[in-house]
Design a protein around this ligand. Sequence first.
Ligand code: GLA
Length: 395
Amino acid sequence: MKNTTQSVNRQENFLNLEDFKSEVTIASPGRINLIGEHIDYNGGHVLPAAINKKIKLYLRKNGSDTCNIWSENYKVGFSFKLSEVVPSDQEWQNYILGVVHFIEKLKEGSVQGFDCVIKSELPMGSGLSSSAALECGLAKGLNELFKIGLTSEEIITLSRDAEHTYVGTKCGIMDQFAVTRGKKNHLILLNCQDLNYELIPSDIEPYQLVLLNSNVSHNLASSEYNTRRNECELAMETIQKKYPMYTYLVDVPEAVLEEFKEELPQKVYDRASYVIAENQRTLMAANAFGDELFDVVGKLLYQSHEGLSTLYEVSCKELDFMVDFSKQFDYVLGSRMMGGGFGGCTINIVHQDFVESYIEAISKAYKEAFQIDLSPIEVKISNGVKKKKNGKYNK
Ligand code: GLA
């Protein structure tokens, strides 16, 4: 995106967290997704949850028409005037600029000059959605700081719009929804067509969810993401010419898709066939979860990965290696890549007695294969974005 903004880059102790008196402090979580990948923008069901790893945002008004932002992790910052909110050529700045733009679009004149320090525990590019955490955290923070009166739905959708327009990734709604609506110890079975959702207790004793960060993040992620979305749209447009009653790809019966096998390019057919199957797997997994059939859930995770890798083509050799390696252990019920793909984490269902030995074995094998260290990420399923009040975080 073109840098037409007058935003000014800043360095070195620009806003010092140590003596920063914040009026509003926000904790905004990352998310996991058990199953239902790349189907939120196809009207599908997904099964995410917010986690206890967060981005913290410290905000205060500054009585001017300028906004000053500082990243404590990267020791960089920038300033921009409220009258000049336009996309920047620095991706991270666009998360901020986009959110301010869309709040102003909804409630003109509601944002005034502010200072904001950002401190993150979420590794970027790991598939834990640090982007949605930043967007929704800032939207929530400004909402509290300036008493704007945005609803949670507005925070979710304006954050998604910021990502579409300013960042340029045509993401679905899952991440922003999970970050905002997450509930401690619950997975969210979210219907992305109408945003109806059901909370499912996340306890899987004697198993545990284990996240393993491959520590690779291939550059393709954003451009290939948009390509996948376009391919799904092409499939839908073609099918709708004959069957206008279908609005979402997930609702097209397999037999109907089959009719288009010759007409659709092979890749587009494969994408559609993955999408339809993944939605069914998510619903099966949610049911199996409710019945404590964790081995069934695990099998569905493996199948999901297979589809993501061979039909949807958003995996990479490192993630495929990790999932394949896991298959030899009976105590690993399931494993798959998580999030947008091309790197990031796998999510694994592992028996609690074997978590350590699993991590040891897979880390060793991964290092041998790629000369890269794996990072296990310990997460607990936690509440959505919150404001800190009297030393505690409240909704
Ligand atoms: C990214 C997007 C989400 C979703 C996932 C894949 O995290 O932001 O909307 O599409 O990829 O499931």
